[in-house]
Design a protein. Structure first.
Length: 202
């Protein structure tokens, strides 16, 4: 398993979440709410993780099926764990497990909540809660991969332009004409992820 590539991608994904947290922080400050500090603290933690893990690209950028599955699970869990911190730090949801449940509910769009009076939340927290549902509706994985599709050198985050994976599939086992399309050029806007069912590097 390419552990360094997993750490690199997770670092970049958490960096994206850190940037997103700046938006509800701005909303909080516009409404004169002190809860904006909770967003800034969480964003600072995430951006530090990004600087430590997501800046230096590994030499081996191959992603196989097991790396893809690990990225899906770890990204979803970590986004929820860190996304719950603003609720907890600000005291809007005093219990961290309740805050975690509320965040998971947003990122999975289940619609469940532990809150009895949602409108009592500060405006910044309401915005963050709504944003988690919006991101969850898109699919956290799809949303993050679209944002990270292009790397610094113009290639995608998997280390190639994607052409190689399509050629490999066309020369090998056939899964259908559109089965290995990239997220960015998929006809249905969602994209397919061949690394989930192919044990070949992307």
């Amino acid at each position: 398993m390419n552990n360094r590539m997993i750490v690199y991608m997770i670092g970049r994904m958490l960096g994206v979440e850190g940037l997103l947290l700046l938006v509800p922080a701005l909303v909080s400050f516009l409404y004169g709410e002190q809860s904006g500090i909770a967003f800034l603290l969480t964003a600072a933690i995430l951006l530090i993780i990004f600087l430590l893990a997501g800046r230096k690209k590994p030499k081996d950028t191959s992603i196989y099926g097991k790396e893809g599955l690990a990225l899906v699970g770890i990204a979803w869990i970590l986004w929820s764990l860190f996304g719950a911190l603003p609720f907890f730090i600000s005291g809007s949801i005093p219990d961290y497990l309740d805050a975690f449940f509320e965040t998971v509910s947003g990122f999975t769009t289940t619609g469940s909540t532990i809150l009895t009076d949602i409108e009592a939340l500060p405006q910044g927290m309401l915005f963050w809660r709504a944003l988690t549902h919006w991101i969850g509706g898109m699919g956290v994985l799809v949303f993050v991969m679209v944002l990270l599709n292009l790397d610094d050198d113009g290639s995608d985050a998997r280390g190639s332009t994607g052409t190689g994976s399509r050629q490999a599939c066309s020369e090998g086992t056939q899964y259908g004409e559109n089965s290995v399309s990239d997220v960015s050029d998929s006809d249905n806007g969602r994209g397919d992820f061949p690394f989930i069912w192919r044990n070949e590097p992307l």
